[in-house]
Design a protein around this ligand. Structure first.
Ligand code: ADP
Ligand code: MG
Length: 408
């Protein structure tokens, strides 16, 4: 791949130039709109700081959540602008709109080193439009904010790894209009993914969990052919268990995927490992009384909310001699302390293997959040990715439009 990076742009010189940066600032918020995990904001700082320090006029575009009907205060980037300013140690202006009169006026008023954050890019429905012309029209307006393709010579830095698998105006189309560069974060992620897919050191173990099987089936299919073991927990294990005729009570179940799961177990039964015990409760609640049962003894009126200690022990043994580990998806509802032990146990097993020299990658927003929330050391892993969907699609063997477009 021939992708120019931020370093190349800094060498070319950015002083006084308008630089558009696509960051991934899509952080989780609680009901009072407090940021519960600032990981993505912190990860976005190095690229923005380098550009600002070098005297660029920085215009940042990002999304937050999935606003459906245009601008709404609930999805405003205001709390993000504040937190980003604190992390950067300098003021971050927030435009009142995406590419409207306020954004234009503020962009024109920028002086060298200033940082302007545009309002939630998804307030503009053209961002995610399937119509190439609509997306391009929005991209042209974004490009105008940094001086246009000629004129003062704007540039585009793609740093939102969490969105590079999306063909969207601020991710893909802008890169077709401006000289483009991979930001620190995207460049680092590409390097890690290349290391996971080429020259993989064996044994290679994959740990998959989380809530939806359908999202992750394609990657299981692909990784089952490449990995030495694929360990499955989280909400997705119940569809696999059900495919073996086990009754899963009221656990998460995707009926439509049962046949596919059965076929996967037939083809890769020696590679795929399912939990042997499950922590169940009557209700999806933090204080619903928990009990551990064998995986084939889940009571009809109960749901599985974590893998049990026996499973953690087996999975830990499987991981102990791994040389490469990819982990995506929590093993249980780690947000509730009573159902966090499975995720914590597996994370600790991965940290132990990393300590013995394994190359370990955590992919997935909730998995990364789990590491921090459970008080585990982030540097216990070789790499914590900021983009779950993007890393999964890459590992499935798909091309990522937002990366492809950077390749000259
Ligand atoms: P990631 O963001 O790391 O890719 P996902 O988004 O796929 O992970 O899934 C994360 C969610 O899965 C967490 O919020 C967690 O509570 C949920 N989860 C894990 N195990 C279960 C389970 N047994 N039942 C219901 N939800 C679960
Ligand atoms: Mg998630």
């Amino acid at each position: 791949m021939a992708v120019k990076t931020l370093d190349d742009l800094l060498t070319e010189g950015v002083e006084g130039r308008g630089v558009l940066v696509r960051s991934d600032l899509n952080v989780p918020l609680d009901d009072d709109r407090n940021i519960t995990d600032p990981g993505r904001i912190i990860a976005s700082v190095p690229t923005l700081k380098a550009l600002s320090d070098a005297g660029a006029k920085v215009v940042v575009t990002a999304h937050l959540g999935r606003p459906k009907n245009g601008p709404s205060p609930e999805f405003s980037l205001a709390p993000v602008a504040k937190a980003l300013g604190e992390q950067l140690g300098r003021h971050v202006q927030l435009a009142g709109d995406v590419v409207g009169t306020d954004a234009l006026a503020r962009a024109e008023g920028l002086t060298d080193g200033d940082i302007l954050l545009l309002e939630n890019i998804r307030f503009d429905p053209r961002e995610t439009s399937k119509d190439d012309g609509e997306r391009l029209a929005l991209a042209r307006q974004l490009v105008e904010l940094v001086g246009g393709p000629d004129g003062s010579g704007g540039a585009f830095v793609s740093d939102g790894f969490g969105v590079v698998h999306r063909k969207q105006a601020s991710v893909y189309d802008v890169a077709t209009l401006l000289p483009h560069y991979a930001g620190t974060l995207v460049a680092a992620e590409i390097k890690v993914l290349e290391q996971l897919t080429s020259s993989t050191e064996r044994p290679y173990a994959v740990v998959l969990g989380g809530s939806k099987v359908s999202d992750k089936l394609a990657v299981i299919e692909n990784l089952a052919t490449k990995a030495d073991s694929v360990v499955i927990g989280g909400g997705m294990c119940f569809t696999f268990l059900a495919s073996q005729g086990v009754s899963v009570g009221s656990s998460l179940l995707e009926e439509g995927m049962i046949d596919t799961c059965r076929k996967l177990l037939e083809d890769y039964g020696d590679v795929i490992h399912l939990p042997v015990d499950i922590v169940v409760a009557e209700e999806f609640k933090a204080n619903s009384p928990a009990e551990t049962v064998a995986a084939d003894r889940i009571p009809d009126n109960k749901m599985g909310l974590d893998i049990g200690p026996g499973s953690v022990e087996r999975f830990t043994t499987l991981l102990s001699n791994a040389k490469t580990i990819f982990w995506n998806g929590p093993m249980g509802v780690f947000e509730f302390p009573a159902f966090a032990a499975g995720t914590k146990g597996l994370a600790e097993a991965i940290i132990a293997a990393t300590g013995k020299g394994a190359f370990s990658v955590v992919g997935g927003g909730d998995s990364a959040a789990a590491v921090r929330q459970l008080g585990l050391p982030e540097d216990g892993f070789s790499h914590i990715s900021t983009g779950g969907g993007a890393s999964l699609e890459y590992l499935e063997g798909k091309t990522l439009p937002g990366i492809d477009v950077l390749d000259d």
